[in-house]
Design a protein around this ligand. Sequence first.
Ligand code: T4K
Length: 369
Amino acid sequence: MANSILVTRSSMPEFDEYMDEIKPMWQSHWLTNMGPEHKTLQQQLIEYMGVENIDLFTNGHMSLELTLQAMNLQGEVITTPFTFASTTHAIVRNGLTPVFCDIDPVTMTLDTEKLERLITDRTCAIMPVHVYGNVCDIEEIERIAHKYELKVIYDAAHTFGETYKGKGIGSFGDASCFSFHATKVFNSIEGGAVCFKDKHLGEILYDLKNFGIHGPEEVDAVGANAKMNEFCAAMGICNLRHVDDEIAKRKKVAERYRMHLDGIEGIQLNVIQKDVKSNYAYFPVIFEEKLFGASRAEVFDKLAENGIGARKYFYPLTNTFAAFHGKYDVLETPVALHISKRVLTLPMYADLSMEDVDRICEIILSCKY
Ligand code: T4K
């Protein structure tokens, strides 16, 4: 049976709203290279996200990769293996060495109690991930980074629109990198952004996303092409008008899941964090087979049989990827390994109906002893 409910579904504005937004391009013929839509979205995001500076990119991955390049780092970057391929790849593709820190069993973000002991004289930066939108232990990461003079680049791909202690999540660390991919709470079809404090870093990033071109006859760096085009920026402008509604609907979905699954033996739900305004990006559930009576694989298969496409985000861990030819020892991150073998992310999107959530939970609970 083909999957009828997938893990997520892109939010889109009304067709006419998008048409109105892109119509002027048939006059201007300006399609990319930091045009008017790009500039408008940039300004609107500064306000919405509550950050000082932002630059837009083709996608979240290039925002991570070019931020590391812009910082001109060398050596080791402490990071998490419990993430999408992009985080680790951005480090490796910059010629840097990822050093994997284990994760906290509750927030699933970097375990700051295990972080300090991984610092060596080669460590240049920390790249934590606010995984599922769960905010990292920001204060402790800042304390450690300050003590050892390390850069902090947050992979904030999952945290669009979140705040921590009332401040935009993009205002922490030296930089925070966001994804506006079609599967995210806020999408610009493909897209990404870097929020940063240091305006000089912003100037370097701006050049790097345009081949390193600094002026008409001046190329100062070996950059890439990572500019957000006007069609993507236009989609971002439209979706931004509706993003509060998007998050409110997701909250209802999350609450409905909790109503059914909270307190069930053998099921661990995602943490609700104090001081965080959540965006309800994902709904991860951890299945402890011995207590629940069914394994993650059994629940996954049962859902699939019923047309429900849950996903194993984030399995396998990035430190087990064949691409790394056995360079890393997964046993150094036992908590991440444990969770990655047990987690399922359930369907989560604004228009998922309450009836569908009820049905998904019924199927899950039918797997119990
Ligand atoms: N850092 C982290 C922590 C990330 O999670 C990501 C991306 C990045 C960095 C890099 O950001 P980007 O460079 O991607 O901006 C998806 C996304 O492609 C990826 O953006 C995301 N993380 C990752 C967690 O999930 P897949 O391979 O699982 O996507 P796919 O094609 O299987 O789509 C998942 C579901 O989404 C589909 O079952 C249906 C729905 N969907 C998908 C697409 C493409 C739609 O409704 N519309 C669509 O257009 O990676």
